[in-house]
Design a protein around this ligand. Sequence first.
Ligand SMILES: CC(C)(COP(=O)(O)OP(=O)(O)OC[C@H]1O[C@@H](n2cnc3c(N)ncnc32)[C@H](O)[C@@H]1OP(=O)(O)O)[C@@H](O)C(=O)NCCC(=O)NCCS
Length: 185
Amino acid sequence: MDLPEIADLWPSLAPSFENVTLRAFRLEDATMAVELSRDPYVPTTGTLPLNATPDQAQQWLQRQQTRHTAGTGFAFAVVDNTDGRCAGFTGLWVRELHAGRAQIDYGIAPSFRGRHLASAALRAVASFAWTIPELHRLELYIEPWNTASIRTAERAGYLREGLLRSHQKISGQRRNMLLYSSVRD
Ligand SMILES: CC(C)(COP(=O)(O)OP(=O)(O)OC[C@H]1O[C@@H](n2cnc3c(N)ncnc32)[C@H](O)[C@@H]1OP(=O)(O)O)[C@@H](O)C(=O)NCCC(=O)NCCS
């Protein structure tokens, strides 16, 4: 199958849902990244260092800005429409585009939590994902203890498919992961 160059697929209209809009990261988003890095779980699942300095936060942002030109996926800043500030991130990762699948991750900086911004971001990123004809299945991998993320997935309409035992290593330990999915109608 001929796959599209994902560098050509960046959304022409910013994906949005309810109180959230997605856009490319800007260096001013370092304030959010510094705050997010203080949540000890976030650095264990990505490349943002724990308690990042402003320089480290900017380097993380720069890495996010190159994800789609590198072909790995789309890294979006999650903007809180109530004040236009960057509240977090969501990523659509398309290494399995050839198989019709993509994975999504997300994080909201602590001071923006409690308003379901992540589930709105999930809806927004899915609205973009379904414009890519090759995609048929969106997947979320969530640790069973992570109630906030489970509630986020379910609110956004994802269905739990099962528990993947010893699925991946996080902080040096094999972890079970719940698999959630949404499929093209
Ligand atoms: C998961 C995350 C993105 C959700 O952020 P959010 O959109 O602000 O979520 P909210 O705080 O609005 O909470 C969503 C739901 O989880 C519940 N919740 C939040 N924190 C909780 C906690 N510590 N324990 C139990 N339930 C919790 C809320 O009550 C809410 O429930 P509701 O849908 O019944 O109202 C955020 O907690 C986060 O960034 N966590 C760290 C990164 C992470 O775990 N990412 C996901 C990896 S799979």
